[in-house]
Structure formats: structure tokens, C-alpha cells
Design a protein around this ligand. Structure first.
Ligand SMILES: *[C@@H]1O[C@H](CO)[C@@H](O)[C@H](O)[C@H]1NC(C)=O
Ligand SMILES: *[C@@H]1O[C@H](CO)[C@@H](O)[C@H](O)[C@H]1NC(C)=O
Ligand SMILES: *[C@@H]1O[C@H](CO)[C@@H](O)[C@H](O)[C@H]1NC(C)=O
Ligand SMILES: *[C@@H]1O[C@H](CO)[C@@H](O)[C@H](O)[C@H]1NC(C)=O
Length: 410
């Protein structure tokens, strides 16, 4: 029961159609229909200008390693170009231009969440996972707003903690055997998923068998997609690594990762998405089991980084009305600060939310500021290498070359 409570926030929004028996507040199926309809309306009614030819002058570009001397960055047709004539000139005032930030673990449901992301310079977010599929669809194709890539339904075992959240994943959508892996992966890809998600449950919950987890990874890799695995227990991370997942999401809340598992992350090139901000939120919100998950999680992040396991910035931002709700957008800036507190250099933290997040999610059109790359850009005032909190000092944001402006009246 404790486990279930612990994980409500982690995955409840993967199942927005179901009310949760353990939470006082929940999102009903009719809420979901309403959200979907409003997302679709927004797609039609929000007036988005075409990407303009733009020259951003007087900026120091973060090139993934350091700040370059003052220069001008040009945008044309939604991408960064070497030069654009007759461009609108935007004075960067000596600020720093970053590649738009990427949240590697979030649960957006509505266009309002995309607006939140965008206003904080989070220009891409991985939705880890969205179901029913209508919700995933309704978050696509909103030019000028945050680009959502998603795992559709996450793979879960019948009667597992995650399958039982709310009224549950329909039994026929749960996975019981390795023989179902290929069809499961195919269904998610058909629904538009760009990454496959599965869940290694906590001790005490039924979970996918090791053979099934292995088969899901094999099936996904056969389709050239990566696999992200929820693993928030020491033993769950062990199973995820045995299955050769590409991304291990969250870190254990019971025991910190040590050399036994970290050497395996390195050997098989699995990356970590620690989501420290949700562990902090649990501690602030009052964890039902009274444990101090944040301290344990931070210890793992510190050890992973010291061993040079690639770390991606992710938050688990979600909108469940509970003490564990976590804001979209601002939480990624918190995550960067927490990663720095856990020992990452400021440059490593910036890379975790830009170039590394793009590379490990196979988003090769973004993540750096360079000609030919999507014009997803964040202009800030201070120096984030001197102080990571400077990422919060936002002047302007562009998404696919369109400058983000808040919608009046929101
Ligand atoms: C789920 O658990 C219940 C009891 O907790 C049991 O009656 C049922 O058979 C289980 N279903 C599956 C599919 O394992
Ligand atoms: C599960 O059942 C529902 C309702 O009958 C159906 O729409 C869905 O396609 C089924 N899923 C699978 C994987 O067969
Ligand atoms: C790593 O931690 C686990 C869980 O606490 C423990 O069982 C194992 O012995 C530790 N390994 C090392 C090398 O310390
Ligand atoms: C970084 O900037 C924040 C916000 O301005 C400030 O509170 C904090 O003390 C600074 N940290 C360092 C190490 O200078």
C-alpha cells in the first residue's frame, strides 16, 4: 500500500482516464475527454505566426562546453542558419543563448501544460507515458509550443502497482508473456510513440518477468527505438539493467546505487534520468512511509555522475491535484539546481537538459545551437556556468523559430 502511494505521482498521469482509489483527488475519464477536446480546439484557434527571419545579436552562445564570444545567431524557416538577410533584429543585450531545454520525464496532459513548459524555455518534453492514446494525439502539432514526444502506454504486469492505479490498465493491455512483446511495441509505435516505456515495479508488487522485460527491449531495438524503464528500487534497477534498457528512470528510494550496478550502467551504456525534483517534492509533501527518498536519490545521482554515467534532466512534472503535483517548466530549472547540488558541474547540468537529452532520445535535429538545427532557443540574462540558477532569468524563448509569447487572458 505504501508502495502504491509512493508511485501514484510517478505514473498516475500515465493513466488519466482512471480514478485512483488511493488519492482523494483524481482525474476522471470525463475530465480526460474534456482536456482532449480543449487541446484539439486550441490547435485550431491559437494564432501562431510563421517562423520569422530573425537575427539575435549580442549573445554569447553556449556551445555545449563553454560560452562563445559575443556573436549574432540567425534563424530562417524555423532553423538556425549561417546568415539571413532582411531579418528582424533582436538585441540579446549581452545575454546567453542556450539550446531550448528538454525535460526527459514528464506527464503533460493539456495545452496549458505546453504553455507552462514554453514559458520556462522547455522546448521539448518526453511524456513518459500517455494513455488513452487520444491525449497523446491532442498534444501533437501545436506549432510554436513545446514539442511533445511520448511513450504511449507503458508496459505493466496484471495486478501490478501501476496496472492497478485508478481503475487500472485494461487487463487485455497488460503484459504477461515475452511472446506479447513485439505486438505491444508495434501498438505503441502505431500510436505515435517514439520511445517504449516499461515498469520494473517495487518489491512487493507483481511485475513484468525478467524474460518479458528482456523481450520488450529486444522488440523495441528491432524497431530502432529506445526503451525507458521506471525503476525506483535497487532491485528494480538491477532488473532494468539485466534487460539492457537504454534509460533507467528515477533512482532507487531504498538504497543508493553503488559500484555493483553503476559498473553495469557503464558497461552497457545505459543512461540515468534521476528525477531528483520529484523525490524532493515527495519529501516536502510528506512521504507516506516517512523515508527520506531525496537524500538517497541524491546519493545515487552523485555516484552515477562521479562514474561518468550520462545523466539526463527529467522531472516527473505532473498535474495530479495532490501534495506531489510538480509544475511543468519551472521544475526543470529546479532539477538543474538539484543536479548541481548532487555534484554535476554547471556545464554537465546544462548538457543533461540539452545535447545529452537530445542525443539519447534520438532527437538529432535539436539540442545544440548550430546551423541546420531547429531554432529552439532560450535567451537568458546571467551566466549559467557561473551560477546554474541563471537559467531562470529568461528574456525570450523561440520554439521552431517562433518566438513564444504568452496568450493574452490566460
Ligand atoms: C489479481 O489479484 C486478485 C486478488 O488480489 C486475484 O483474485 C486475481 O486473480 C489477480 N488477477 C490476475 C490477472 O493475476
Ligand atoms: C482491449 O480491449 C479493448 C476493448 O475491447 C480494445 O479496444 C483494445 O483494442 C484491446 N486491446 C488489445 C491489445 O487487444
Ligand atoms: C550495493 O548495494 C546493495 C544494496 O544495498 C548491496 O546489496 C551490495 O552488496 C552493495 N555492493 C557493493 C559493492 O557495495
Ligand atoms: C545563484 O543565484 C541565485 C539566484 O540569484 C542565488 O540565490 C544563489 O545564492 C547563487 N548561488 C551562488 C553559488 O552564487
Amino acid at each position: 500500500m505504501l508502495n502504491t502511494l509512493t508511485f501514484i505521482v510517478f505514473l498516475l498521469l500515465a493513466l488519466p482516464g482512471h480514478s485512483c482509489p488511493h488519492a482523494e483527488h483524481s482525474i476522471s475519464y470525463s475530465d480526460v475527454l474534456e482536456i482532449t477536446r480543449s487541446n484539439n480546439d486550441r490547435r485550431v484557434t491559437r494564432q501562431i505566426s510563421a517562423p520569422a527571419k530573425t537575427a539575435i545579436t549580442n549573445v554569447r552562445v553556449f556551445n555545449g562546453e563553454k560560452l562563445l564570444p559575443l556573436s549574432t545567431v540567425f534563424i530562417e524557416g524555423g532553423v538556425i542558419v549561417h546568415y539571413a538577410s532582411e531579418a528582424i533584429v533582436v538585441d540579446g543585450n549581452g545575454g546567453v543563448l542556450l539550446s531550448g531545454l528538454i525535460d526527459a520525464h514528464s506527464h503533460p496532459l493539456s495545452v496549458e501544460h505546453l504553455e507552462n513548459f514554453a514559458s520556462y524555455g522547455v522546448t521539448t518534453a518526453m511524456a513518459m507515458s500517455c494513455f488513452p492514446y487520444d491525449i497523446c494525439d491532442s498534444l501533437q502539432n501545436h506549432p510554436g509550443l513545446t514539442d511533445i514526444r511520448f511513450a504511449a502506454l507503458g508496459a505493466t504486469a496484471p495486478n501490478s502497482t501501476h496496472a492497478l492505479l485508478g481503475t487500472g490498465v485494461p487487463l487485455n493491455e497488460t503484459i504477461t508473456s515475452p511472446s506479447q512483446a513485439a505486438d505491444f511495441v508495434a501498438r505503441q509505435l502505431e500510436a505515435g510513440a517514439t520511445i517504449i516505456k516499461m515498469t520494473a515495479e517495487d518489491v512487493g508488487s507483481p511485475t513484468l518477468s525478467q524474460e518479458t522485460m528482456n523481450a520488450i527491449v529486444v522488440a523495441a531495438h528491432a524497431r530502432n527505438v529506445r526503451v525507458a524503464c521506471h525503476a525506483a528500487d535497487y532491485s528494480a534497477v538491477d532488473s532494468a539493467l539485466t534487460a539492457q534498457v537504454d534509460q533507467s528512470h528515477h533512482v532507487p528510494k531504498d538504497f543508493p546505487l553503488n559500484s555493483s550496478l553503476i559498473s553495469r550502467f557503464l558497461a552497457q551504456k545505459t543512461v540515468s534520468v534521476p528525477t531528483l525534483s520529484i523525490f524532493l517534492q515527495f519529501d516536502i509533501g510528506g512521504r507516506p512511509d516517512g523515508a527520506h527518498g531525496f537524500a538517497v536519490a541524491t546519493a545515487s545521482a552523485r555516484a552515477l555522475n562521479a562514474a561518468k554515467v550520462p545523466i539526463l534532466a527529467g522531472t516527473d512534472a505532473n498535474a495530479i491535484p495532490s501534495p506531489f503535483a510538480l509544475a511543468f517548466g519551472s521544475s526543470l530549472h529546479t532539477e538543474l539546481e538539484l543536479l548541481v547540488q548532487a555534484g554535476l558541474s554547471t556545464v554537465e547540468a546544462l548538457r543533461s537538459a540539452t545535447v545529452l537529452a537530445a542525443r539519447h532520445n534520438l532527437l538529432f535535429d535539436r539540442g545544440v545551437v548550430a546551423p541546420g538545427i531547429r531554432a529552439d532557443l532560450l535567451l537568458i540574462s546571467g551566466d549559467p556556468i557561473a551560477n546554474i540558477s541563471a537559467t531562470r532569468d529568461i528574456q525570450r524563448v523561440w520554439i521552431g523559430g517562433v518566438e513564444y509569447t504568452a496568450v493574452a487572458g490566460r
